[in-house]
Design a protein around this ligand. Structure first.
Ligand code: FMN
Length: 312
């Protein structure tokens, strides 16, 4: 394949995993300038030097060419929004940020994983980019987890330990912080407690809630299919829950098929809206890559055979 195929070239470059940085400086009028860049790399240890490259078409090219100092901020895992903001042309990127300068004289972005304050040392030609090399004068390292960029998407790093349990537990009570069964149990309660409160408030038990959810808003289904559908979601449906809901007029039997009644449908619609609100609240606390990772890992765990079923 020819490297002149721009799309193929970009796609292949995207296979390389990088961190994400924001490079800042001040222009000749003292105005704060910054942009998102992942072209950052180390150059030399002694003297300490780093590089990054800037598109020649950037409106900030003159500012970096004339500046004597710039700083590279390695973004931390929760700074995805900041990365997007500093990759957007024509907005006030520093809006709402408390702009202080680092010791080298370039604006400082707080909350980063690490920061390199540099004296501008060299500029090289690099096709449609200018390559800037700086000597690192000031360094700070917060130890925060970095943001990762790969294939045009953000991600995070996880160190691969064979066991989540530390070699020595400081206290027996600490076990719950590492044992996956305990963590899942606690996470389940945190994630589900609000929704449970809501269906209980509507006079439903867990098993009845499961029947309504498994029945869904569709065409209804046979009793045996309903039980199978719930089992696929990991729930054993007691037939008493089905019969109780029929008596209360929330579901009805039409021959062999079970349906939600009108009342049942509006109850489910209401509960789905409540569940969605709780889901959004949970999603709010997670970065997109954490969310997709969590979902994939939970699905994987659900498909693992439990030790009791495996030995049967
Ligand atoms: C993850 C990521 C990495 C980027 N890396 C670079 C880079 O190394 N060099 C560059 O010139 N632009 C890079 N960009 C694009 C710039 O951030 C974007 O063009 C921005 O508008 C530049 O700011 P400016 O228009 O104010 O100069 C990157 C964007 C993203 C999202």
């Amino acid at each position: 394949m020819l490297a002149s195929d721009k799309h193929a070239f970009r796609t292949a470059l995207g296979r390389f995993v990088t961190g994400v940085t924001i490079v800042t400086t001040r222009d000749q009028d003292g105005k704060a300038i910054g942009l998102t860049a992942n072209s950052f790399n180390s150059v030399s240890l002694d003297p300490p030097m780093v590089l990054w490259s800037l598109a020649l078409g950037s409106p900030n090219i003159a500012a970096f060419r004339h500046s004597r100092a710039w700083a590279v901020h390695i973004l931390s895992a929760d700074q995805e929004d900041l990365s997007n903001r500093f990759a957007t042309r024509g907005i006030d990127k520093f809006d709402g940020l408390d702009i202080q300068d680092g010791p080298e004289g370039a604006p400082l972005i707080p909350g980063c994983a690490a920061r390199f304050g540099c004296r501008s040392a060299f500029e090289y030609e690099g096709g449609d980019h200018a390559i800037f090399v700086g000597e690192v004068l000031d360094l700070s390292d917060s130890g925060l987890q970095p943001l990762v960029f790969h294939d045009g998407r953000y991600g995070g790093v996880f160190s691969g330990e064979k066991s989540a349990l530390p070699a020595e537990l400081p206290d027996r009570g600490e076990f719950g912080r590492y044992f996956i069964g305990h963590l899942l149990n606690r996470a389940y309660h945190t994630a589900f407690v609000g929704l449970r409160r809501e269906y209980q408030r509507r006079g439903l038990r867990s098993s009845e809630y499961s029947v309504i959810v498994a029945l869904g808003l569709g065409e209804g289904c046979a009793r045996s299919d309903l039980i199978q559908r719930a089992a696929n979601g990991g729930v054993d449906l007691p037939t008493a829950a089905i019969d109780g809901l029929i008596t209360r007029g929330i579901i009805m039997a039409d021959g062999d098929r079970l349906h939600l009644t009108g009342e049942g449908r509006s109850l489910l619609t209401e509960l789905m809206a409540v569940a969605q609100a709780f889901q959004l609240r949970l999603e709010d606390g997670l970065a997109p890559y954490e969310l997709s990772q969590l979902t994939a890992l939970l699905q994987k765990l659900c498909n693992l055979e439990s030790p009791s079923t495996a030995s049967r």
